[in-house]
Design a protein around this ligand. Structure first.
Ligand SMILES: *Cc1c(COP(=O)(O)O)cnc(C)c1O
Length: 411
């Protein structure tokens, strides 16, 4: 064992995290039985409790049939309410502002129905040039739905030449009186940059725009205070840092000051007040909560893993996780000092992810890491390798393995 490996193991003993709560896949190469998993920003690992609790919910169906709506140990009719409190605490929202439903891009569309209301010259949407493609397609289709030309109506923010991340002041400067909606990623999926959400939200409002945030890479990664930051709306998925499984049910936030307001919304039977839902009236009576944005009855067996996972976050606390995340990411960053890291060096400007620019193909590199070293990292063609040390289950020894493997492969 090298002194640096011994040091990593010492750091793990002093600052152990919660790896034991998770199933860590076996390695397909390298010297260790388990993978060093750095793809939690793409698909988080499965909590051990997920299997047990999902089977409990599944067995209620076998035991009770339709009566499970009311009589299951966790009744299906109000099941989504079990997720609201923990999700609200995670993103710094009131329970009335929060709902877990659908998937992320669907939620963005449902929220844009209410919050992208272009009028004449104020019709543009601001996104990052490095936006996740789904967001890009979503906003383009929204502006086209309203009869505008996407090439003109979508403003894509680019870093300055030679820089990799956006400067807050440059973002603010782009928010003119033609902007109807600002819709940025809280943490950028590619670069790992954490945006200054309160400052940009305030500037967007000052410019007369609505400000929404895509928190796919921020929820479960960094502490958020959506209510206090006066964010208009937000949405996030649950399969990345929230460890709820592939295609897991997503979250949505609508600020209190919009609840009960006269906004356009697309409705279904889950948009109406639960107390009078079964009166089966032709017109809905939406509650003055984010639940008014629900449409369909929720998929219980898809919500179950989200509930289990949110409970873990609720117990440990995102503030505590963030502290460990800053330590773990700083350690990985030291080990990667010889490489071109495009993620901001300032811990306040990044979450748990470090992105490297590599030569010779990121896909081939990530395959070598996986099959020769048991290190799971995600590649984005042509040249970006993303590594996310996740504070719940990643270890200092995982970081050491990634650093050692990259040093060997890229030597
Ligand atoms: C992961 C991710 C998505 C994925 O959207 P789904 O609708 O859940 O498939 C969308 N936007 C961003 C920014 C993401 O990181």
């Amino acid at each position: 064992m090298t002194p640096s490996e011994t040091e990593a193991l010492g750091l793990d003993a002093a600052d152990p995290g919660h790896r034991g709560l998770f199933d860590v896949p076996p390695a397909q190469g390298g010297d260790y039985p388990e993978v060093a998993y750095f793809a939690g920003n793409s698909l988080g690992l499965r909590p051990k409790a997920t299997r047990t609790e999902l089977l409990e919910d599944l067995d209620s169906w076998a035991a009770l049939g339709v009566e499970g709506h009311l009589d299951a140990a966790r009744p299906w009719l109000p099941y989504h309410e079990l997720l609201t409190g923990p999700a609200a605490r995670l993103v710094g929202a009131l329970p009335s502002e929060t709902v877990v439903m659908n998937t992320l891009t669907v939620n963005l569309h449902l929220l844009m129905v209410s919050f992208y209301r272009p009028t004449g010259s104020r019709h543009r949407i601001v996104i990052e040039d490095a936006a996740f493609p789904s967001d890009s397609y979503a906003v383009r289709s929204q502006v086209e739905f309203h009869g505008y030309d996407a090439e003109d109506a979508v403003i894509r923010l680019r870093p300055r030449p030679g820089e990799n991340s956006l400067r807050t002041a440059d973002v603010v400067e782009q928010l003119g009186n033609d902007v109807a909606l600002v819709l940025l990623g809280g943490v950028n999926y590619l670069t790992g940059e954490l945006m200054d959400i309160p400052t940009i939200t305030k500037a967007g409002h000052a410019a007369g725009a609505v400000v929404g945030w895509d928190l796919a890479h921020a929820a479960g990664n960094v502490p958020l205070a959506l209510h206090d930051w006066d964010v208009d709306f937000a949405a996030w998925c649950s399969y990345k840092y929230l460890n709820s499984g592939p295609g897991a049910i997503a979250g949505a936030f609508v600020h209190e000051r919009h609840l009960g307001a006269d906004l356009p919304r697309f409705e279904g039977w889950w948009s109406t007040d639960a107390k009078t839902r079964f009166e089966m009236t032709p017109e809905s009576r939406p509650p003055a909560t984010a639940e008014a944005w629900q449409v369909s009855n929720p998929p219980i067996f898809s919500m179950s893993p989200v509930r289990t996972s949110l409970e873990i976050f609720d117990k440990i606390g995102i503030e505590v996780l963030r502290e460990r995340s800053v330590r773990l990411t700083a350690y990985l960053s030291e080990l990667l000092a010889g490489f071109e890291v495009i993620t901001p060096a300032d811990p306040a400007r990044r979450g748990a992810q470090l992105s490297l620019r590599v030569r010779g193909g990121a896909g081939a590199l990530s395959r070598r890491l996986r099959f020769e070293y048991g290190v799971i990292a995600d590649s984005r063609e042509p040249d970006i390798l993303r590594l996310a040390p996740v504070p719940l289950y990643s270890t200092y020894h995982d970081c050491w393995r990634a650093g050692a493997a990259l040093a060997e492969v890229l030597a």
